[in-house]
Design a protein around this ligand. Structure first.
Ligand SMILES: Nc1nc2c(c(=O)[nH]1)N[C@H]1C(S)=C(S)[C@@H](COP(=O)(O)O)O[C@H]1N2
Ligand SMILES: [Mo]
Length: 401
């Protein structure tokens, strides 16, 4: 009865809730620290794999991106997306456990107020950046772009902000974190005033251990539900996997020839591939390319959105073509598509990729002529390279100065 009147009082006075109004013992530092530990691990790994992804897309990196292992980007980017999805339930539980703190009364004394404002400010930045990263990443992996900003640079910048705010948050909270993790999860040492330990003993009530396990279980389910986009064995149970794995040759199609508006030019008898190094230039029809020495490689398409699939590609080694125009080694190369518009119509291939014997202009996938949607007449396929840079419908190869 007492509680009902308390709610009624508050309602009539339109008073915001106070920290003590939240009586659940589940909302404790003991739970927040444990869920926070896993969340911190997820954010750390997402940050590192994110840096790798950014590095892979920077053509002028001061440290050249390696071309080996061929499946490296497939693993790091698959992890990046799966970890981000796993972090969503953890973040929700974590925010729920600390929610009452939002209504904590401000402390007394100037020094304490200043400290509190600093701490709350850093938490505000952290929460905002964390929600932004997970929401924008999830939308991007579902190929849904309900925004106007450039995804890659914004997600990258916000990653630094999130990790900086996280480091500050951990530093400030370190004493609490150490106490919480050093004691059993049921210890009430760090509980808020007003938390009601009796509530957790009530039969059937979820206890703290149960809540932490449920959060981790939800993260595990999220992983299995998305990892099928990268791990073939999980494909059939991955209901949330963005790509099903079907498409010609078992490789999904990202942008179709129709969407790229290249159907006519790709099928035209006038199609030519031009390879240029300064004044040297050679022009090839598709038949002429097929008459050159053919090389086969098993290589994955690993999309930044998290899905990936491997196939056996055959075609002309890019280095063989560069030799035909007498291009020296250690030169970057510009690859241009028949596609007229869009950010991925042309890409720059750093020198280590241009010279790599596994970098091909593929004409076939699994011994079938390339499907129109996979880049017919020919497409770039290079080892350890983000899918977004594996240019389809290639018509120009130009050695850069
Ligand atoms: N010309 C061109 N090439 C492109 C794209 C594009 O939009 N235009 N999309 C890229 C992206 S994002 C990916 S993941 C791969 C996918 O190749 P696939 O459709 O053959 O699986 O192609 C890449 N090549
Ligand atoms: Mo992609």
């Amino acid at each position: 009865m007492g509680r009902v009147t308390a709610y009624a009082d508050r309602f009539s006075a339109l008073r915001p809730p106070a920290e003590e109004d939240f009586t659940s013992p589940l909302r404790s530092a003991a739970v927040a620290a444990r869920v926070g530990l896993w969340l911190g691990i997820c954010f750390g790994l997402a940050f590192l794999t994110g840096l790798i992804s950014h590095w892979a897309q920077e053509p002028d990196a001061w440290l050249p991106f390696p071309t080996r292992p061929t499946w490296g980007y497939r693993v790091t980017q698959g992890l990046h997306v799966v970890i981000g999805v796993a972090a969503i339930p953890l973040l929700l539980v974590k925010l729920w456990t600390v929610f009452p703190k939002l209504f904590a009364r401000p402390p007394r004394g100037l020094r304490r107020v200043v400290l509190e404002v600093g701490e709350r400010g850093s938490i505000g930045v952290l929460v905002g950046a964390a929600i932004f990263q997970l929401a924008s990443g999830l939308a991007n992996s579902a190929q849904w772009y309900p925004w106007d900003f450039r995804f890659r640079s914004t997600h990258y910048a916000m990653g630094w902000i999130a990790v900086g705010a996280l480091a500050l948050h951990i530093a400030i909270k370190l004493p609490v974190i150490r106490t919480a993790l050093g004691e059993p999860v049921d210890s009430s040492t760090l509980d808020r005033e007003g938390a009601d330990p009796v509530a957790s003993i009530a039969p059937g009530a979820l206890d703290r251990r149960g809540l932490v396990r449920t959060a981790l279980l939800a993260a595990g389910v999220a992983v299995i539900a998305t990892a099928g986009s990268t791990v073939p064995l999980l494909r059939r149970i991955s209901v949330l996997g963005v790509r099903s794995g079907d498409g010609p040759g078992g490789i999904p199609i990202n942008k179709s020839a129709r969407a790229a508006d290249v159907v006519a030019s790709a099928l035209s008898p006038d199609y030519r591939l031009t390879v240029t190094f300064g004044a040297n230039s050679r022009v090839f029809t598709r038949e002429e390319l097929a008459a050159l020495r053919q090389t086969s490689r098993e290589l994955p398409i690993a999309c930044v959105e998290g899905w990936s699939a491997s196939g056996r590609w055959s075609g002309v080694r890019l280095r063989d073509l560069l030799d035909l125009v007498e291009a020296p080694r250690e030169r970057a190369v510009r690859i241009t598509s028949l596609q007229q518009r869009g950010p991925y119509r042309a890409t720059e291939l750093p020198a280590q990729f241009a010279d790599d014997p596994s970098t091909l202009l593929a004409l076939t996938l699994d011994d079938e002529p390339l499907a129109l949607d996979h880049g017919y007449p020919c497409r770039l396929i290079a080892p350890n390279r983000p899918g977004v840079l594996q240019t389809k419908w290639v018509t120009d190869v130009e050695v850069l100065a």
